[in-house]
Design a protein around this ligand. Structure first.
Ligand SMILES: Nc1ncnc2c1ncn2[C@@H]1O[C@H](COP(=O)(O)OP(=O)(O)OP(=O)(O)O)[C@@H](O)[C@H]1O
Ligand SMILES: [Mg+2]
Length: 299
């Protein structure tokens, strides 16, 4: 019997509003996929794309039974047009991200990882499909509302640190506060700088700082608004391995101690293997295998 026939309507996100069978953990559309992994929870059949997702559900069914996931991409397409050429970068991508998870997004160069991150962080809009944040479709927001959501909700850390060259380390970190109306907590920012060993660098400009120091400033800047979600696009990609480990340590600590959802695009198998969930992008889609295979980073 096709698994669809076993499904009653449910609160558990194993069946979408459109009646598609989806993996509640990773959000993959399972319609027409062979060899699903299933279990019965509270009398209801739930299906998964692989053993990894099933194990995650089994470890904490209560958590994953609560709709909605923090972030949901539903049937997202992103098509870039260059002249007469169309590039389909994301091709009907559906995925879930659960609050408090550390997610690693991996895949070959050009597979669409940064594009996915830009969708999640409301930096870009899909050509078709929807992106939900706490069940709110953010693709329908006006530009100003999207900017506000970004400023209040997301902290971005990029491979290029993107510091403003003519501002000091301290001024760079205060930058996000100019976009929102909350009380300026300048002393808290100064304290954070000292905590990460940059107390002496307050008045230095980016060119006077090492790569690792610049990335630490960028990191603190990303945290200035106390975001719920931290998005990193190869945040340690430009750093030597020991500095990279320190930066990653800070990020993972924020995830574990403060329950910040952490989503990192990476080419590094060791980083990916520390994540709660690996999302592998291939040809603009999420593949079924959520393990952090080494070959994915090189093929
Ligand atoms: N603004 C754009 N206009 C046209 N094509 C784009 C644009 N942005 C991305 N692309 C194309 O989309 C594809 C995916 O790009 P993306 O930056 O998401 O890849 P990626 O997986 O992050 O790669 P990398 O690991 O090299 O950073 C690439 O072929 C890229 O050339
Ligand atoms: Mg990229």
């Amino acid at each position: 019997m096709h698994p669809k026939l076993q499904h009653p309507p449910t609160e558990i996100p194993s069946l979408s509003a459109e009646g598609k069978i989806i993996d509640p953990i990773c959000g993959m559309n399972l319609d027409d996929l062979p060899n699903l992994v299933s279990l019965v929870y509270k009398g209801q059949a739930i299906h998964f794309c692989d053993e990894g997702c099933k194990k995650r559900f089994e470890a904490d069914p209560e958590r994953f039974s609560k709709m909605p996931p923090l972030i949901q991409l539903k049937n997202v397409w992103k098509i870039f047009k260059i002249g007469d050429t169309k590039i389909e970068v994301l091709r009907n991508l559906s995925l879930h991200i659960w609050e408090g998870d550390f997610i690693a997004i991996i895949g070959a160069s050009g597979s669409g990882k940064s594009t996915v991150l830009n969708m999640i962080g409301a930096l870009d809009k899909p050509t078709a499909g929807q992106v939900f944040y706490r069940d709110k479709d953010i693709t329908t927001l006006k530009d100003a509302e999207r900017a506000e959501l970004r400023a209040k909700t997301f902290g971005f850390v990029f491979q290029q640190y993107n510091l403003i060259p003519w501002l000091t380390a301290y001024e760079n970190m205060l930058l996000p506060l100019t976009f929102i109306t909350t009380q300026t907590e300048t002393s808290a920012v100064k304290a954070r700088l000292s905590e990460i060993g940059l107390g002496e660098r307050l008045n230095h400009r980016p060119f006077e700082l090492s790569g690792g120091e610049q990335q630490r400033v960028a990191l603190i800047r990303a945290l200035t608004n106390n975001p719920e979600v931290i998005l990193g696009d190869e945040p340690t990609g430009n750093l030597d391995s020991s500095t990279g480990e320190k930066i990653l340590g800070i990020l993972i600590n924020l995830n574990k101690k403060q329950n910040k959802t952490l989503i990192i695009v990476t080419h590094d198998a060791d980083i990916a293997s520390q994540a709660d969930q690996v999302i592998t992008i291939k040809d603009g889609q999420m593949i079924r295998d959520h393990r952090a295979h080494k070959k994915i980073y090189t093929e």
